[in-house]
Design a binder for this molecule. Structure first.
Ligand code: 5RP
Length: 223
């Protein structure tokens, strides 16, 4: 099974978590995009909120009833990918730069189902660089503080190579090349304490279910 086939398999399985009448959070990234497409094919009677402009626009284009959190502040299920899934369904997210809105939508959901291929499952978080969203003017203050924590920060550039990467909220992303995050709770607290950090990509105690696709098909893990 290729990685894309695995992503497509979990995306299809995740559709089973959605029932007519539900308020559904749509995630961001390639796996979430496959989920949105699979969901829309069923023409469900649901209302949706998205964690990025890209997913909002895709949902609208495919005929889903897209709303804002203002209109739909409570969500039954949020379905999204992740960059790493560690013990206890601790996650690193934000590879696609949407971590702030993703965390906001996840926090509004009764149930967060994370959908990944098995290459994302790790014993210790941190091989994937930890993304941190930073207010633009605070960058010169935040970078040395992240360095002092040993997090090896590097500002993300736009994919076009043209200038810095900007989030949907107009902030910078700093990727931290940590290697191993032995104590994610402590790192989350240290990073959050830095003035100018808007949010970090550690999602701890947020996901209740993981759908993991590997050679044996899709397995369901509970957090
Ligand atoms: C975007 C995210 C994505 O969920 C994460 O990067 C996984 O993406 P993909 O499904 O493309 O591998 O956190 O900010």
């Amino acid at each position: 099974m290729t990685q894309d086939e695995a992503k497509a398999a979990v995306a299809r399985r995740a559709v089973e978590f959605v029932e007519d009448g539900m308020r559904v959070g749509l995630g961001t990234g390639t796996t979430a995009t496959m989920f949105i497409r699979a969901l829309a094919e069923r023409k469900p009677k649901i209302r949706c909120v998205a964690s990025s402009d890209a997913s909002f626009n895709l949902g609208a284009e495919l005929g889903l009833d897209m709303m804002t959190l203002n209109e739909l502040p409570e969500i039954d299920v949020y379905i999204d990918g992740a960059d790493e899934v560690g013990p206890g369904l601790a996650l690193i997210k934000g590879g696609g730069g949407a971590l702030l809105r993703e965390k906001i939508v996840a926090s509004a959901a009764k149930r967060f189902v994370v959908v990944v291929d098995s290459s994302k499952v790790v014993e210790c978080l941190g091989k994937f660089p930890l993304p941190i969203e930073v207010i633009k003017m605070a960058l010169p203050l935040v970078l040395p503080k992240l360095e002092a924590l040993g997090l090896e920060p590097k500002q993300r550039r736009a994919k076009s190579g043209d200038g810095p990467y900007l989030t949907d909220e107009g902030n910078f992303i700093v990727d931290c090349f940590v290697g191993k995050i032995a104590d994610p709770v402590m790192v989350a607290a240290e990073v959050r304490a830095i003035v100018g950090v808007v949010e970090h990509g550690l999602f701890l105690g947020m996901a209740q279910v993981a759908l993991v696709a590997g050679e044996d098909g899709v397995t369901e893990w509970l957090g």
